[in-house]
Ligand binder design. Sequence first.
Ligand code: FAD
Length: 463
Amino acid sequence: KNSLIWFRNDLRLKDNTALYAASMRSRVGNKYLIGLYILSEEEWADHDEAPRAARKADVAGIVEAVVREMEISHVFWNAELMINEQRRDAAVRKVLSRLSNVHVEECDDQCVVPPRDVRTKTGNPYAVFTPFYNSWCKLVETEPHYLELSESPDANPATAKELFAEYFTKNPPSSHPHPLDDDLMRRRYPAGEQEAHDRLHKFVKERATKYHQGRDSPHQEATSILSPYLNAGIITTRQCIAVARSANKNKITTGDDGLKTWIKELGWREFYRHILANFPRICMGRAFQRKTERVQWSDNEELFQKWCEGKTGFPIVDAGMRQLHAIGYMHNRLRMIVACFLVKDLLINWQWGEKFFMNNLIDGDLASNNGGWQWSASTGTDSQPYFRVFNPLLQSQRFDPKGEYIRRWVPELKQLSDKQIHEPYRALSPKEFAKLGYPKPIVDHAASKKIYMDEFKRVLALS
Ligand code: FAD
């Protein structure tokens, strides 16, 4: 009999808990270890994931056929946190339980510390980042097994070929339509584990110690850009922390400012995964703070469209949205600015923005995206308070003082001075402004802020 490793969002050889367990099984008894990867268009669509993040698509429900035809006795997979995936796995388990002598082993792999292990003193999950992170760090520091990497004993090129013996289904998948910018995507984010590890090592060696100084300057390439790899399961948070920790003399909360700040950002990734696992309503389109679901959002599709296209007349917002269109990625500071603008200036439901991001990001991830949107919209865990409304002009002057980021993504404004570029509509005469071919601001920031604040106050006053 053979074993099966069902890869899902974890198609990698290194540090893959289920693969490790499966290859141990093959060593002690089973003949072959067979790898299965099902590309399902429906699942991608369920999470609004970007065609540019998807490689191909396929049909679900073939596990049983593979198990029967390939004489499998042991099936391994890594548990997933999202509710649709959990339901899918429960259904697969049910089907497999009808076959005689087929065992399923589900492994914890998605988080450094499994969500059930991080608890408050009263045994509840954390809903605020800082106490969560303190408690998480304590566990990671005192129980080294959490950071242990499971290197598959079979993970060498010779056996990998055997491991990935392909199984062709009767109905080959209809391939996903290639996005127009596919070549660019491939050049920017080359596929493969080696690329992910090269990026990680290069970042830690060359840039991580300055991360705390540069990470909020969008024109600098001061961050790791590892998110596309982390979210595709090509590299793990454990592996990233292991490399950063080793460069930081085995510390995670003290030591070098850049390295410890970077590790803390990975802590945010963990936090949002724990939130997803512990509060499944997040997967069902619900706000973390239920009260905020009563906010009456605007359904102005025209304004929404302008935001999507990067034509709001607010240069910093437009630059962020155009970066997203051009390269499928947006700098974190910009994600916060454009999200806050959509919700608090255009009064549009954060869920419209959440969906648009998932449709267009190369690193779209339900947990982090939802966390980021709810943080920005003041509906989430420890989100920014509702009365903190980013002023796009001040954000622009503070984080892009010389307009370098704006010039890169909004070429109409290239010729403007460092001072004019943040607010061309006010800084230029009507005639000069008209020549730019750039839109005027679609809303008045002060007036919108007031409407938004009044609405939030009304909702929070309801019992
Ligand atoms: P680095 O700065 O190098 O950080 C390293 C890693 O830490 C990142 O790759 C990421 O995995 C994690 N990380 C960093 N910041 C955060 C954060 N605030 N929340 C969660 N994890 C974090 N991140 C996604 O991975 N997918 C998303 O779909 C996503 N959507 C977002 C939407 C909004 C509205 C906001 C405000 C943030 C969102 N983020 C998302 C978080 C963050 O913007 C990205 O993780 C980060 O920009 C990725 O770039 P990097 O790999 O260079 O990050």
